[in-house]
Design a protein around this ligand. Structure first.
Ligand SMILES: [Zn+2]
Length: 511
């Protein structure tokens, strides 16, 4: 008897439909599995046979052939155990075909018949809904995550027996209540950290506001203990709340990474990722046998903060270059390549030298050679990708003495939101939304300069021997500064601020 069961596989952060075909016939009793499978999938036959036996099914010895299609995609993981077991029972005519109609099964089987949670539940349910599948049998632990998608029935099961009795409706099916309106949930997402807790550092806060408003990469330079981390942690509190599409995309990444819990079945706040400088290039980029998103993808739609930037290995830093340009990362494997999204606000912090006090030569104890060696760990191409560089200095006595509460995140966020709205309107239909994503080709159109401003930029270009990339960065940041002022034309005052942000590195790197 032949049977067919619907299931789903994961490629990158997307899911594709998998058909589990089972044929049970008379002949030499063997259990054969085909369809471009990894070793874990091949091992499913042992788990399935044992789990069926331990769930009370004594099947007569027959020839069982299982095929997983599409055949051109390599399938990994243990999530096909459950649909294979269902297919086998159906092949033995213990489940009727109508019972499997428009129904997806996914989950790992334990030898005792228990059904274990899998990674990537969310993209699988999204795929199922797209394909018109009406109900999904999922591991109980994944039930809440699956339930975040409306318009599809989700049945969480603890073990195989329970799944079968649900199919025969021996037990009433209890549904988990679908989560409340997501749009409301996203609007109300509050961050613990607030800019009002940061006293002083007005110049840095301004630079952060510009970075957030235009989606510009930011580098903060200053001695230890000046609050660089504290500032970085608060950046997401001034970014606009995520929209539904962003929330689902980020949640899909966390689902595939196995980071969604029953409590947090969706990511509703912008992520803040701050990997330690000992992070391996692979953990940063993602990868592995079952490709998993790395730190740069986990920072999707949020902030990736690298503190002590020169301490990161050169390989780790070089990995950042591609995603900073393309907003995604491609991971190539023997069995195919995967794209993971990697659109994040890049924020880095560093000491200017080993002791931290350069260029204050009264306090810096480093030799000129040490300083250039330290700064030299940041490559020119990476430096070129920073839009805004800002110094974070130690507060003087006056600043500490006059301590008053800083501006709250809500107020700053309001200005950021307005500037973002102007950009969204301007770039409507172009496939991007912020000045930071403006391509070189479009800069002339959207960052048009009048005579006086052109003369200023020419002078600066020659004086600082700017690269084209640096020149473009200045224009893009000036565009954001003008947008924050709701000014249609970029003026000298906007350019001057942007020039300060982009030429500070010359002071340190002297190139
Ligand atoms: Zn020093």
């Amino acid at each position: 008897m032949f049977s067919r069961v619907l299931s789903g596989g994961i490629c990158g952060i997307e899911s594709y439909q998998v058909l589990v075909e089972v044929d049970v016939s008379n002949g030499l009793p063997i259990f054969e599995m085909v369809g471009y499978l990894s070793s874990e999938v091949k091992e499913a036959k042992e788990r399935v046979k044992t789990a069926l036996r331990n769930s009370g099914y004594m099947l007569s010895p027959k020839r069982i052939t299982v095929n997983l299609s599409p055949a051109n995609v390599r399938k990994g993981g243990t999530a096909f155990d459950f649909p294979i077991a269902i297919g086998v029972l159906s092949g033995f005519e213990l489940i009727r075909k109508e019972q499997l109609k428009d129904t997806l099964f996914i989950g790992e089987l334990g030898l005792d018949g228990r059904i274990y949670a899998i990674r990537g539940m969310l993209p699988i349910v999204i795929m199922a809904k797209k394909h018109g599948i009406k109900r999904c049998f999922v591991p109980k632990e994944n039930e809440k995550e699956a339930c975040t998608i409306h318009g599809i029935q989700v049945i969480g099961v603890n073990n195989f027996e329970q799944a079968v009795s649900f199919l025969f409706k021996k037990e009433p099916i209890q549904y988990v209540e679908k989560s409340s309106d997501l749009t409301e949930l996203l609007k109300s997402s509050d961050y613990q950290e607030d800019f009002s807790e940061v006293c002083g550092q007005e110049r840095v806060k301004r630079a952060i506001e510009v970075a957030a408003a235009g989606f510009h990469n930011l580098l903060m330079i200053g001695p230890a203990g000046t609050g660089k981390t504290m500032l970085a942690r608060r950046i997401r509190s001034i970014l606009p709340p995520m929209n539904l599409e962003e929330c689902l995309e980020v949640s899909k990444i966390y689902s595939v990474a196995g980071l969604l819990s029953e409590k947090d079945s969706l990511v509703t706040q912008r992520p803040f990722r701050a990997p330690h400088h000992t992070v391996t290039p692979q953990a940063l980029a993602g990868g592995g046998r079952f490709p998993m998103p790395g730190e740069i993808s986990l920072a999707q739609c949020g902030v990736l903060f690298l503190d002590e930037l020169p301490e990161f290995s050169r390989n780790s830093l070089e990995i950042l270059r591609q995603p900073l340009e393309e907003r995604q990362i491609k991971i190539s494997r023997l069995y195919g390549s995967y794209n993971f999204p990697a659109k994040f606000l890049f924020v880095a912090a560093m000491n200017p030298c080993n002791c931290g006090y350069y260029p204050d030569m009264n306090r810096c104890t480093c030799s000129a050679r040490d300083i250039s060696k330290y700064l030299g760990k940041i490559s020119q191409p990476l430096l070129d990708r920073m839009d805004i560089t800002v110094e974070v200095s130690q507060m003087n006595y006056g600043e500490i003495y006059n301590q008053k509460k800083g501006e709250s995140s809500i107020i700053i966020a309001h200005r950021v939101k307005r500037a973002r709205a102007i950009q969204q309107e301007r770039y409507k239909g172009l496939g991007f939304e912020t000045n930071g994503e403006l391509s070189a080709k479009l800069i002339e159109t959207y960052c048009f300069l009048e005579k006086e401003e052109t003369a200023l930029m020419e002078k600066v270009f020659n004086q600082f021997k700017l690269s084209i990339r640096a020149y473009h960065k200045i224009l893009k940041v000036a565009r954001t500064i003008a947008d924050l002022e709701e000014c249609e034309q970029i003026k000298s005052i906007h350019l001057n601020e942007a020039i300060c942000y982009r030429t500070l590195d010359k002071r340190y790197w002297g190139r």
